[in-house]
Design a protein. Structure first.
Length: 308
């Protein structure tokens, strides 16, 4: 199901409402000598509008940030042709993704499925860590919108989250012989095994020069570091396990200390990637076809056995 857009403009709002969302600066100076307010745009998953903030509510971070996550009270102004934001507070902790701007989420179901899966995690500290990462608009906004690759696998908008969630679910499903807390740690690392891609791409899906210089596995540490430092205060061993597994994605350890469940992440990543490539190879072929290769590949040939 594609994401929808809901604008407040031209809708009469008789009462004020408390909302969370993201604001972006439009005019950081007073609108006129008679009006000390500043103009910002506001958006979350369900609505979008322009609104005015009193100068006293002007967050200092607005000058240097893109999207600033906030909570505020939204009400119509006295003339009825605009909106005013009051009681503004910058958000630093996240429990949902409702505040993310809708235009960052091309397929709403992928965000909903991710949130529903995270909410089944029985370890609140680990769940909060994941929300802290993806609730940041500069991370979550791209994670839910960009492709996983340019043209090989999950190359459509939203491909990164689709692939990442599939890997996370496969990791958890395939590790029943391990302790429950290790399964969830590995599954969350599976969700974030390519989160570094948010530093390689623009919101429009255009690759930056960084993509040719640094691997997404290295950038995983950069993206996760702020939330990981908070997480280790609640669960030190959990944070160390995540660091170990991320490091293992950068290099295969030949000797030294091992965390066996780490192998499940590499396996799930490979299966998800290759299965998506096989789906691409067979998407324009009749059911009778048994062998096919991806259009742009001269090497990868896939076999599709028939059912009994």
């Amino acid at each position: 199901m594609n994401q929808f857009e809901f604008y407040l403009d031209n809708i009469e709002m008789t009462t004020s409402i408390d909302v969370t969302g993201c604001i972006r600066a439009r005019k950081l100076y007073a609108l006129s000598p008679q009006d000390s307010s500043i103009s910002v745009s506001f958006a979350n998953l369900n609505l979008s509008c322009s609104l005015r903030l009193d100068v006293d509510d002007h967050p200092a971070c607005l000058e240097v940030s893109g999207e600033v996550p906030v909570s505020l009270t939204l009400e119509q102004n006295k003339t009825g042709n605009g909106y005013i934001g009051k009681n503004l507070k910058v958000l630093h902790n996240f429990e949902t993704f409702e505040h993310l701007p809708y235009n960052y989420v091309p397929i709403r179901d992928l965000l909903t499925n991710t949130q529903q899966w995270l909410d089944t995690c029985p370890y609140d500290t680990l769940k909060n860590f994941a929300y802290q990462v993806l609730g940041n608009p500069s991370i979550g906004g791209l994670f839910f919108g960009i492709p996983a690759s340019k043209d090989r696998h999950f190359s459509e908008p939203g491909g990164l989250v689709k692939h990442s969630l599939e890997v996370a679910q496969m990791v958890y499903a395939s590790t029943a012989c391990f302790a429950e807390h290790e399964r969830w740690l590995a599954a969350v690392v599976g969700l974030f095994h390519e989160v570094g891609r948010v530093r390689l791409s623009t919101p429009a899906g255009v690759q930056k020069a960084t993509a040719g210089l640094v691997s997404c596995e290295v950038l995983n540490f950069e993206v996760l570091s702020p939330a990981l430092q908070l997480f280790e205060k609640e669960w030190l061993d959990g944070a160390e396990a995540i660091r170990y597994m991320l490091d293992n994605l950068c290099r295969v350890r030949k000797s030294g200390i091992h965390l066996p469940i780490t192998a499940s992440i590499r396996s799930a990543d490979l299966m998800s990637m290759m299965n998506n490539q096989r789906e691409q190879a067979f998407q324009d072929k009749p059911q009778s076809e048994k062998f096919a290769r991806v259009a742009h590949s001269a090497a990868d040939m896939f076999w599709q056995p028939s059912a009994p």
